[in-house]
Design a binder for this molecule. Sequence first.
Ligand code: ADP
Ligand code: MG
Length: 696
Amino acid sequence: MTKMDEIFGCKVFNDTIMRERLPKDIYKKVMMTKMEGKPLTKEVADVVANVMKDWALEKGVTHFTHWFQPMTGITAEKHDSFIAPAGNDKVIMEFSGKELIKGEPDASSFPSGGLRSTFEARGYTAWDPTSNAFIKDGILCIPTIFCSYTGEALDKKTPLMRSMETINTQALRILRLLGHDEVTRVTTSVGAEQEYFLIDRKMAAKRKDIAFAGRTLFGAAPPKGQELEDHYFGVIRPRVVAYMKELDEELWKLGILAKTKHNEAAPAQHELAPIYATTNIATDHNQLTMEIMKKVAERHGMKCLLHEKPFEGVNGSGKHNNWSLSTDTGINLLNPGKNPEQNIVFITFLCAVIKAVDEYQDLLRVSVATAGNDHRLGANEAPPAIISIFLGDDITEMLEAVENDSTYFIKKKSTMDIGVEALPNFTKDTTDRNRTSPFAFTGNKFEFRMPGSSLSVSGPNFILNTAVAEVLKEFADELEGKEDFDQVLHRLLQRTIKEHKRIIFNGNNYSDEWLIEAEKRGLLNLKSAPDALPTFVDEKNIRLFTEHGIFTRQEMYSRLEILLENYCKVLNIEALTMLEMARQDIAPAVVAYLNEISSEVAGKKAVFAGACCAYEEAMIEKLSRLLGDMYVVTEKLDEDLTQAHAIGDRTECAKFYRDVVFAGMNSLREIVDSMEVYTAKEYWPMPTYSDLLFSI
Ligand code: ADP
Ligand code: MG
């Protein structure tokens, strides 16, 4: 056995373990549940629970938890031990099928958006057998969904699992029509590339903003930023190498296929990409990855920042959501193959994605709308807030040919002569290398680049799955039972391309011309979260989710409520943190420095006559003026917060935070950053951008 065989998946109750340890018939039933979503009986669950417990006990585990993903954005757990009294002062270790299948955590402290009144605070968690149980921090974790007692979804896993069912159903209808009777299941897969920052832990601990907000709220620009472009793919520092090695190993133990790692564009920024997996598993794995990233960083004396914009003036962090559809027979439905123009499966599914993205631009935008991501989208580093699709010239031309009934000649792909004899000429990649597109076709999958680094990928994926399922449904409704099937399909595809090609854009998404062009095409440009979020409950979107059984109308309103509330809360915490730092740390520091210069001036003046203190006096004047400005701005910010708290309507409240509170925060920051520039380093009460960004 190699070391990797020992490590990989050693903390996971996976298929191999189940095959080894479960009775054959039970194993088969569990697999049916995993593959086809067939429900499990209590008898089967009892056997599985017992075997799972024995496996965990062998590994020294004494507790279990239902592991779930409430609307807070992080994962939640409540630990119970296996212990049960056995009489005579003895205990036995027990774990029943009932405990495996269902838990009843107190749901009252998780956001429900008004779905649940406190007197019916109980929620329940239910085992998701499609995602393997695993051991984390000595606890057996059982992936579960989380619902209210009356069955409303209170988490991020439930809608995702529902969306996987609906896209399976609709995709199978299309595949039947196209003659693929052998396929019995279609799943979506996701590879989530994760960006993050690493900074020194001791330095981070000295900043309240990092502690409370996960990002810096003050900080003058350092002399050196990312302008030399010397970090991207650069040599990784030894401390970071050690971190990445341990991180990989921890992830491998959990069966997470961490694959690539490299430095990113900004100083102290890095990326980790896993090998893709089924959407549900990929989502669980990404949540775990974020958690493990933070934990391992602590062990290495570092802090891992997952915020979308930890530092102003430096690239923020995103999470690229690579998405595709594949069959249980191993076909990737988005793989164009050698002759895409003859690949009717590919063309049909491609057209479905194009139509879905065009019709549900608003929802895709909603899926990435958070206070943190607002700092990124539209800035010159991340995709703009306008949704469009990059297809590349080849595929675009192919679609034009379908639309216009012209023959498509696969152009001999231009080859790049790289000038070194020994290397073969390789085909020039026609996929999106300029990386400005928010939704790019990259060979055999789409890469959605708008999600922020801290986001759960559940949102983007249940929306994408459901939107595409809806279009596949419309296609199937139109095609089923038609005698002249080929003709009807042909016309359907032509019409789809004609009506939705406005969403295709292969150019530079960062250019000003695109803004104008996109507006001409009638594409949405929902610039901030408060603009985007309310579209979630537009009638067409409510229809989409209710018809596909993803949400009830009430669940949608409650989700919107939670999202808007979260936006307001984040800004509120940030503003309060800034006020505290400004008043309690920064003002006293500047006053102390002013004192020193003033006594210095007094001392000098006692000796010299005349203008001996030009610098000091200028500093006294400048810093005193800034202190005065700071007083005015902080008082105003305080009043604005009081006003914000009085606004009843959530959308209005969010807009007030964006337009008034956030503006006040920016004014305060500007003043404080100027103070930092003029204050002696030894007086400045916290590490600076130079300290933080170049601390590792
Ligand atoms: P890049 O940095 O060019 O965007 P990476 O190689 O870093 O590309 O990441 C590509 C991601 O896409 C990986 O996580 C990979 O596993 C994933 N991926 C590859 N094929 C598929 C697919 N068919 N479906 C979903 N994800 C995929
Ligand atoms: Mg990428």
